[in-house]
Ligand binder design. Structure first.
Ligand code: PMP
Length: 283
């Protein structure tokens, strides 16, 4: 694969980042993941806007403009002949002698790579996934998309050991989100409910897109916090992310949701999303 590193196109084993990089030593870095389907970038504008918010929140200067970022996405997909998969980008504050304090004017480290993946052909869309509730233990600023993912990774490994596909973090009794996706439910009355935006959760780009599409399709949608017991009584539950789109959740802590198969509203939202992005994605 060809990767991008600070303005250069390099083969993946040529690309080198300093051991003094603050991304490596302090997780002082942010990232984005954008899906590519049939050669089209999915929700690029949303990912670019969130990238800017994450950089601003940490005071890391943007290494490129949004236009340049779009060109880089197209260029890396072209260089790797990526038709279906994802584009990962990471920007750290840069490298310096190890010190909690950082000086002004560090040069950010900007890396991009691709991963080919049949994102349009996910077998789990048909079966749905199981989740396990787990205490929230991430830092308090989850709206910033930092590479500080250790707690989420360990929680997902624990859930896998217990036979679950993912975790559902719970804080003060309320669901925040899954390990790397936002969580939603369709109530028995047919209303889409998803947690309102705050520092408690990542402001998922797919979450926003699905909310828009749902409302356009005439679905009632509410943004509010809810507890696992309410989710367990829902007609349908699902998670959303840039690479899984709309993934049905068919059990929570071993409790079956609905009839234990992906529900019609989740399927409809998945179909609407793919259809719309295939028609309107950047290519
Ligand atoms: N929540 C978390 C914690 C995430 O890491 C992600 C990204 N995988 C999401 C939600 C979903 O966000 P998006 O739809 O922008 O991928």
């Amino acid at each position: 694969r060809t990767v991008y590193l600070n303005g250069a196109w390099l083969s993946e084993d040529e690309a080198k980042v300093s051991v003094f990089d603050r991304g490596f030593l302090f997780a002082d870095a942010i990232y984005e993941v954008t899906a590519v389907i049939s050669g089209k970038l999915v929700d690029f504008a949303g990912h670019a806007a969130r990238l800017r918010r994450s950089l601003d929140a940490l005071g890391i200067p943007a290494p490129v403009s949004e236009n340049q970022l779009l060109s880089l996405h197209k260029e890396i997909a072209r260089r790797n002949a990526l038709l279906d998969g994802l584009i990962y980008l990471q920007i750290s504050r840069g490298a310096q002698d190890r010190d909690f304090l950082f000086p002004e004017g560090l040069h950010p480290t900007f890396v991009m790579f691709t991963q080919a993946k049949q994102v349009l052909d996910n077998p789990r869309w048909k079966s749905g996934i199981s989740v396990q509730t787990s205490p929230e233990g991430r830092w308090a600023n989850r709206q910033i998309k930092t590479v500080q993912l250790l707690y989420s990774s360990l929680a997902k490994v624990n859930a896998a050991r217990d036979g679950f596909d993912d975790v559902l973090f719970v804080e003060d009794g309320f669901i925040t989100e899954a390990s790397s996706a936002n969580f939603h439910m369709i109530t028995p009355e047919g209303t889409l409910v998803t947690r309102d935006l705050s520092n408690a959760l990542l402001h998922g780009i797919t979450r926003g897109s699905i909310l828009d599409l749902a409302r356009k399709a005439g679905l009632r949608a509410e943004e509010r916090a809810f507890i696992p017991e309410e989710a367990k009584g829902a007609a349908e539950t699902f998670i959303t992310s840039a690479t899984s789109f709309v993934m049905p959740v068919v059990s929570i802590d071993g409790h079956t949701i609905g009839d234990g198969t992906p529900g019609p509203v989740s399927r409809r939202l998945l179909d609407l999303y793919i259809e719309d992005r295939l028609a309107n994605g950047e290519s």
